[in-house]
Design a protein around this ligand. Structure first.
Ligand code: NAP
Length: 414
């Protein structure tokens, strides 16, 4: 039990819980945070000030977040001799909603990416990445206001499951011999081998996550993104399982593109259109006809590529939020890395972490506070008071430090 009495509220902070399958958020929830490596502390400090100010502004002291630091990455290694202490994983499990800055991926020594490990041990199967243009942010698009999609990327399977063998290794020889002799596969002598697998359960649950989001947020198009024309039994099966799930569990709510001819080519009132696009086509569709897409459901690798490509359309990774979510557990995070060359300079854009906090507040049902941040952030950008990454593309912009940008946002909270 965390022994911090919240003096202003005169109550003990409480945990977020799950009751009857629903998130129960007290007025003074304890939320664990990992500040992150490199530029992590700069963007965390800036973001935290903005979040606290927005909650205070919105709820006038009735609600408040009690932040609890947990450790991962370099700070954990220096303090506790391990990159990802068990207690950090347990705290996220116990407190249900958490937020993190970027973490260094340890190089060599067989240490896996901390981000990937967190997703796998906590079974955070859905990587959710909203991509929406904020007015005033420099964009390479002619119509950046068309971009408003949420990407649902399956997080655990596909080629990212980490099953691969190095060229020349003993294990590779075993696998290659099996494939050549038992399966009649032609494997070049100089190749490494990786395994791509995709399962029905994982495909169904990412589709379910997207469908539920569409229903709850009044979204009208859900697009399955796949490369099933080439990889029939993995990506092709993903497409089939996603369609089957939508047709079975959301039968009354959806119409598929195939069925549209029955309705004169128009989506009937109140229905969600479920369609699919081959991944390479999806990339160009997103650039040329982004107004036709709302939610994208992707296998791991496609989702990884398309998330960053989509972010580039609306200002790049400095402004791209994300969350890794299981049925209930949710870990929100800046989507960029630690940008080590700027560490400690109070320079980089806290926008990605801050917008991830907006997602977190929405997830908690604190939508009013989320809106206050979004509006104030938008106003600071319109007023051309921005960090270096945006300032370099906005004529007449005033370049602010991370902390100054936070203050500029707070000053604009209505
Ligand atoms: P990076 O840290 O994302 O930085 C690449 C470039 O992106 C920066 O030099 C900067 O570009 C721009 N950038 C990143 N964050 C920004 C911000 N907040 N504001 C403005 N610009 C920003 O990528 P990296 O250098 O490839 O990776 C560094 C470390 O981060 C590695 O250890 C990597 O494994 C790790 N990483 C962690 C995560 C995560 O924790 N989720 C994700 C990716 C990478 P300019 O110099 O052009 O301004």
């Amino acid at each position: 039990m965390l022994e911090i009495a919240n003096k202003e509220l005169k109550v003990m902070p409480e945990k977020i819980t799950i009751q009857a399958g629903k998130l129960q958020v007290p007025d003074n929830p304890i939320i664990p945070y990992i500040e992150g490596d490199g530029t992590g502390p700069d963007i965390w400090n800036a973001s935290r000030q903005v979040i606290d100010a927005a909650v205070e502004k919105t709820y006038g002291g009735k609600r408040r977040i009690e932040w609890m630091e947990i450790f991962a990455g370099e700070k954990a290694f220096n303090l506790k001799g391990t990159w990802l202490p068990d207690e950090t994983v347990e705290a996220i499990r116990e407190y249900i909603v958490a937020i993190k800055g970027p973490l260094t991926t340890p190089v060599g020594g067989g240490v896996r990416s901390i981000n990937v490990t967190l997703r796998q041990v906590l079974d955070l199967f859905a990587c959710v990445r909203p991509v929406k243009w904020i007015k005033g942010v420099p964009s390479p698009m002619v119509n950046p206001h068309w971009v408003d999609v949420v990407i649902f990327r399956e997080n655990n399977e596909d080629i990212y499951a980490g099953i691969e063998w190095e060229r020349g290794s003993e294990k590779l020889q075993k696998v290659a011999t099996f494939l050549r002799e038992e399966m009649s596969c032609e494997i070049p002598e100089d190749a490494g081998i990786g395994i791509k697998y995709m399962g029905q359960r994982a495909s169904e649950r990412i589709m379910r996550k997207a469908m539920n989001y569409a229903v709850e947020n009044n979204r009208k198009v859900v697009t399955i993104v796949h490369k099933g024309n080439i990889m029939k039994y993995t990506e092709g099966a993903f497409k089939k399982w996603c369609y089957d799930l939508a047709k079975t569990e959301y039968a009354n709510l959806i119409v598929t593109e195939e069925e549209l001819s029955k309705y004169g080519g128009k989506v009937p009132e109140g229905k969600i259109l479920v369609n699919d696009r081959i991944a390479d086509n999806m990339f160009q569709q997103l650039i040329l006809r982004s107004n036709e897409y709302e939610l994208l459901v992707c296998p791991n690798l496609n989702g990884d590529y398309i998330s960053d490509a989509a972010a580039a359309l609306v200002g790049g990774l400095g402004m791209a939020p994300g969350g890794n979510i299981s049925d209930h557990l949710a870990l929100f995070e800046a989507t960029h890395g630690t940008a080590p060359k700027y560490a400690g300079l109070d320079k980089v854009n806290p926008g990605s972490l801050l917008l991830s906090a907006v997602m977190m507040l929405e997830y908690m049902g604190w939508k009013e506070a989320a809106e206050v941040i979004e509006k104030a952030l938008g106003q600071a950008i319109l007023d051309k008071k921005v960090t270096y990454d945006l300032a370099r593309y906005i004529e007449g912009a005033e370049e602010l430090k991370s902390s100054e940008f936070a203050r500029a946002i707070i000053e604009r909270m209505a």
